[in-house]
Design a binder for this molecule. Sequence first.
Ligand SMILES: *Cc1c(COP(=O)(O)O)cnc(C)c1O
Length: 422
Amino acid sequence: MDHFTYKDGVLHAEDVSLVDIAATVGTPVYVYSAATLTRHFKLFEEALGWAESHLICFAIKSNSNLAVLKLLGDLGAGMDVVSGGEYLRAKAAGLPGERIVFSGVGKTREEIALVLDGGIRQFNVESEPELQAISELAAARGLRAPIALRVNPDVDAKTHEKIATGKSENKFGIPIAKARDVYAMAAALPGIDIVGVDVHIGSQLTDLEPFEQAFLKVAELTRALRADGHDIRRLDLGGGLGIPYERSNSAPPLPIEYGEVIKRTVGDLGCEIEIEPGRLISGNAGILVSSVVYLKEGEGRDFLILDAAMNDLVRPSMYGAYHDIVPVQEAAAGVEQAPVDIVGPVCETGDTFAKARQMPPVAAGDLVAFRSAGAYGAVMASEYNSRPLIPEVLVQGDHFAVIRQRPSYEEMLSRDSIPEWL
Ligand SMILES: *Cc1c(COP(=O)(O)O)cnc(C)c1O
């Protein structure tokens, strides 16, 4: 459930009309709902209510706007970061280091040093050389860095190949069969404090079965590691729970059911439970509002040309992802729909949001909204075709604020410089 609904025939974000936001801020624009973000975070809190100790670490790569992070941090969320930049965003939003976990397969020495100096809950370590680097940098500071090894359980997440991470052929994690050896090596390093085990098998999972398989393997490993003498007190089970992008025909599992899988598989180990949901918290909490620039009649098909493009929302061209696209002015009941190709203005055929999509009639100047655009939307945007990054707006109840300004053309150009020898 989200808080984007029609009121008096106009799509609203909570109590604010999207027509009003578009008139004030312009289009394209991302609009987020505070009530939806809050609701989704609380669903996970409920789902882990059985666990004596737990932390929900929002995967900020899905949506890293400081206002979104502040809202979730104030609710008690931790943060899962995958770069030095994300770490600094979490800090800037007011998160203490003890609530930030650092994941990622290629942490540089600069990033490791930054995070050691600023404070961190744990490193999720993905390789032996990374372990060595962390130990060295921590020992040089007289510290022991808290770590969990990210294990690769070799399970098929049954999701899009570009976002599956838990098979042995993926670049992620340490093969689970090798994990005991690597833990033994970690225990011998001077700058390392082993605190737990970490796993993350992929994104947009619409079935609980792969989670169950992975968590059972983590439980078995935890018992073995304890028998080896390691104090495994924390399990980080990653993110990945999917959302219904296509409302009409999909119903992925609910957080409460996911929480039951966790309880059933690792609940008896007495570990602190961490999870790293991104998409499920931010995805349906955001929409992208765009204007129709032209209606173009092609041969055998019509094109709806929008002012939003693949540089603003890349998921359709990158993953073939589906987004519901709806008119902001609600279509009259019983009005006939017709198929159109919905495209952006970028000079690539890949700049297509939907093909032969059934839409009610819309005209140039009308507003449309892409649903479920709050995750992996704004964060993946670029300035391709020299289109400035688009603004972000947060709505709460009957008010809204711009939480990222649209840069001017001057600002965009000012970042380049022409060397004096030209
Ligand atoms: C991407 C990612 C997540 C979040 O995945 P979602 O599908 O957005 O929940 C969590 N943990 C790690 C390590 C990730 O790379």
